[in-house]
Design a protein around this ligand. Structure first.
Ligand code: ZN
Length: 142
């Protein structure tokens, strides 16, 4: 029986999950991230949408009034889409809390490294929670 959906056999849960769209699965992962990996500023929204055509347009974390927002490029396969959400969430975990908007402007002007040490520490925490502490399963995966 499934821990995720008590009373329903695992095989049936697997079949249900196979039918999840990327958008639905990312919503599950977002909920898990919110409960597991605190961010420095509130993440006010996570959207799956068209960002652009470049290789760097697969995900984005940016400031909005009152906090942060994350976008993940639509049209990606499930695995890469989840990877990009985890990556952007690590940005939210390591986002400077003081002068956040100025930090964002400096980042845009490339006066600040896009992935400073704090980012990689946060990414390591997300990666460990996802892979070693079964986040992929706890979030509703199988
Ligand atoms: Zn990044």
């Amino acid at each position: 029986m499934s821990a995720l959906l008590p009373g329903i056999p695992d095989e049936r849960v697997h079949r249900l999950l196979e039918r999840l769209t990327v958008r639905q699965r990312l919503r599950q992962v977002e909920r898990w991230l919110r409960s597991t990996c605190p961010t420095t500023l509130p993440v006010l929204r996570v959207r799956v949408e068209r960002i652009g055509d470049g290789w760097s347009d697969l995900g984005e974390c940016y400031t909005v009034p009152g906090g942060l927002a994350i976008r993940v490029q639509s049209g990606q396969d499930m695995g890469p889409a989840i990877d990009h959400l985890l990556h952007e969430w690590a940005h939210a975990m390591s986002w400077p809390t003081r002068y956040a908007e100025e930090a964002h402007r400096r980042l845009r002007r490339r006066e600040h490294p896009e992935h400073p040490d704090e980012f990689w520490l946060a990414y390591g925490r997300v990666y460990r929670a996802w892979h070693d502490e079964d986040g992929w399963r706890r979030s509703g995966g199988y």
